[in-house]
Write a protein that binds this ligand. Structure first.
Ligand SMILES: O=c1ccn([C@@H]2O[C@H](COP(=O)(O)OP(=O)(O)O[C@H]3O[C@H](CO)[C@@H](O)[C@H](O)[C@H]3O)[C@@H](O)[C@H]2O)c(=O)[nH]1
Ligand SMILES: O=C(O)[C@H](O)COP(=O)(O)O
Length: 331
């Protein structure tokens, strides 16, 4: 039976002390945040990787620019990294107020690879803020509070180097809408693997979520996996660089995005498996047997842990009672 009491103590302590909430603008003291930004002499870059996102990137960029560039000056640089789009992503994003940089034009001597992680790596290279906020370009609805929400831990606690967003994820597939249940690769691949191999990270509610922020000083010290393995790669590698207490998460409320096909999610899961197994092999890790999952109770995420370690029986041909019996039967 699930039992939150059985969550690994270090993961549980991290979850309790390093999870904060910023589910809407009403919950955020933006003036205090701006003051902290000015006092600390910080510069904030927002990086949005985008591949063929003409349908969504315009509204997102306009919301962010209106609120945090032209309104309250929390963001100094709003950059869309055009990841080899074949649609009007670049024009739409530029018209909405972003600086648009083609991934292929950044560090050209290093070539141009495919994938989201490549766009993020180029995004860090192309910007200059000491604090970098990442957001996907296919987000739906007004999510402009994500930016200050992700910045709070970085602007208010010098021990925090990296902040992951977490959220409830509705799922709409084939016209059927469910208020939660999104993040299928997260639940079926990333979470079980991360729990097995890096149990101290079990408190992360959304290890794959595309909204997170970090100090450049940390981000420039870790590799960026070029494809969809980038989020789990960053989590594991930043754990090594910053330690568990250098990581934090913030509940941003709800996240809706465009869903990919099952076949595409299978390929994404494959990249995540490959990213994590490569790191586990390098570190010689043995899998553990506890899985922590989360449910939102209306106020907060509630963890519940289950033993998933497997037991097994030997081949029957090695069981004397069986071989004696089956010899008798055959004979
Ligand atoms: O080659 C690519 C592929 C994607 N993207 C952009 O990356 C973002 C996320 O990509 P998407 O294909 O929408 O991923 P999801 O299906 O939403 O996958 C989830 O899981 C992924 C794996 O961890 C994360 O990278 C995502 O942020 C997270 O939302 C979007 O803005 C894309 O336009 C690129 O820039 N280049
Ligand atoms: O984060 C994930 O697991 C993938 O983006 C899939 O999300 P979805 O199930 O909401 O499409």
């Amino acid at each position: 039976m699930p039992d939150s009491g059985r969550m690994r103590p270090d993961a549980r302590a991290w979850f309790e002390h390093r999870t904060t909430s910023a589910t809407s603008l009403a919950e955020i003291d933006v003036d205090a945040l701006l003051l902290a930004k000015r006092r600390g002499g910080h510069r904030v870059s927002v990086v949005l990787p985008a591949r063929d996102e003409e349908a969504t990137v315009g509204t997102l960029v306009r919301d962010l620019a209106d609120r945090w560039v032209h309104g309250i000056p929390l963001v100094d640089e709003l950059v869309v990294i055009d990841s080899d789009s074949t649609d009007a992503t670049a024009d739409v994003a530029r018209a909405a107020g972003a600086d648009v940089v083609a991934a292929a034009d950044v560090l050209p001597a290093h070539g141009n690879r495919r994938g989201k992680g490549e766009a993020l790596w180029k995004g860090v290279a192309a910007t200059s803020g000491d604090l970098v906020v990442f957001m996907d370009s296919d987000l739906l609805g007004d999510v402009s509070h994500y930016v200050p929400g992700l910045l709070i831990p970085l602007l208010t606690d010098p021990r925090v180097d990296y902040v992951k967003g977490c959220y409830t994820r509705p799922l709409t597939v084939d016209g059927e809408h469910r208020p939660a249940g999104g993040g299928r690769v997260t639940e079926l691949t990333a979470r079980p693997l991360l729990n097995a191999l890096w149990p101290e990270l079990a408190g992360f509610v959304q290890p794959l979520g595309g909204e997170y922020a970090g100090r450049r000083s940390a981000l420039e010290r870790v590799p960026f996996v070029s494809g969809y393995g980038v989020e789990v790669g960053l989590l594991v590698d930043l754990l090594g660089v910053c330690g568990l207490n250098g990581l934090a998460q913030v509940d941003l409320g709800t996240r809706q995005h465009s869903h990919q096909t099952d076949a595409a999610l299978g390929r994404m899961a494959g990249q995540i498996v490959s990213t994590l197994l490569a790191r586990a092999e390098r570190s010689g890790l043995e899998p553990g047997g506890l899985l922590t999952q989360f449910q939102h109770d209306g106020e907060r995420f509630v963890p519940s842990s289950t033993t998933v370690a497997t037991d097994e029986r030997p081949p029957l041909c090695a069981v004397p009672e069986y071989t004696a019996h089956s010899a008798g039967v055959v004979g």
